[in-house]
Design a protein around this ligand. Structure first.
Ligand code: 13P
Length: 248
């Protein structure tokens, strides 16, 4: 399976800043056949970025979508609209949306369905917070997030699905999960995927995210069950992201 590295820019960069960053990123990235690279700039920059990525090895991702395709949903963006501007991947239920916008597992499930229905490849984000880990509930929490987020998914959809394990305590803290911690959780996610998708579960890529940097990437990527990365802060620096994407 090809690995996948996605840069999540979160709520950063204006359109001119985005164009400049994409330019310096494309100048530094060296495409490799065994990995896919995608960037998720903010919605406002998607249509400016799409033509810049044409013919390059970098795919376009979005940070969210709404679960209806069109209609009276003020402020929302649908999968149809994302398709229209050339988006391939879409993040679903990132922990920052769960936390600040109270997105639930039910909403995550609706969004995964909407992404698949509109021809996008969803990246369902899951992960426990610090309190849940400290109290020994991390496995239960993540298992439920995967099961509910993928409710209604069938084996035939597996090759278009991604799950990103992003422990909340590792996001933006400089404290990445250890390779052993990540491998343990990726194994549990894989078990849950098998329960939902049977043998096809092996086609789903399970990414790790949370304080990935050029310094820890070569330690994390070889850990068992890590099929790629979801990179936040470091993806806003062309040199760092290019280095991460060229993990050994
Ligand atoms: P950081 O890499 O900044 O920790 O963010 C991770 C993340 O939330 C990616 O979606």
């Amino acid at each position: 399976m090809r690995r996948l590295v996605i840069g999540n820019w979160k709520m950063n960069r204006t359109v001119p800043e985005t164009v400049a960053l994409v330019g310096s990123l494309l100048a530094r990235l060296s495409p490799a056949a065994d990995r896919e690279i995608a960037i998720a700039p903010p919605f406002t920059a998607l249509s400016a970025v799409a033509p810049l990525l044409k013919g390059s090895a970098v795919l376009l991702a979005a940070q969210d979508l709404f679960w209806q395709d069109e209609g009276p949903y003020t402020g929302e963006i649908s999968g149809v609209m994302l398709q229209d501007v050339g988006v391939s991947y879409v993040l679903v239920a990132h922990s920052e949306r769960r936390r600040h916008l109270e997105e639930t597992d039910r909403i995550a499930g609706l969004k995964v369905r909407a992404a698949l229905r509109t021809g996008l490849k969803p990246v369902l984000c899951v992960g426990e917070d610090e309190v849940e880990r400290a109290s020994g509930r991390a496995f239960t929490v993540v298992r439920a997030q995967v099961a509910r987020g993928l409710e209604g998914c069938v084996p035939g959809e597996a090759s278009r699905l991604q799950v990103a394990y992003e422990p909340v305590w590792a996001i933006g803290t400089g404290r990445a999960a250890s390779p052993a911690q990540a491998a343990e959780m990726h194994d549990l996610i894989r078990q849950e995927l098998r329960a939902v998708l049977k043998d096809s579960a092996r086609a789903v890529r399970v990414l790790y995210g949370g304080s990935v940097t050029p310094d820890n990437v070569d330690e994390l990527m070889p850990a068992p069950g890590i099929d790629g990365l979801l990179v936040g802060g470091a993806s806003l620096h062309a040199e760092q992201f290019a280095r991460i994407a060229s993990y050994r």
